[in-house]
Design a protein. Sequence first.
Length: 66
Amino acid sequence: MTVTINGERREVPDGIAVSALLEHLGMPRERVAIERNLNILPRADWNQTLVQPNDSFEIVHFVGGG
C-alpha cells in the first residue's frame, strides 16, 4: 500500500502496525516521535495501530548531544 512518510510517497506492506513500519523503515524505536494524519500517535498505541492506505506520517528522530 502507499503512504506518505516525511513528505515522500512510499510503498509499505499491507496490514502492518506502526511499530512494524518503523522496523520496515530501519528506524530505531527509541527517541522517535510519530505524527499520523496530523495527530501525535502515543507510543503506547504503536503496536495496535494499523497503517492504512494513504496515511500520512511525520517521523522525527531525536538526536542527543551537548
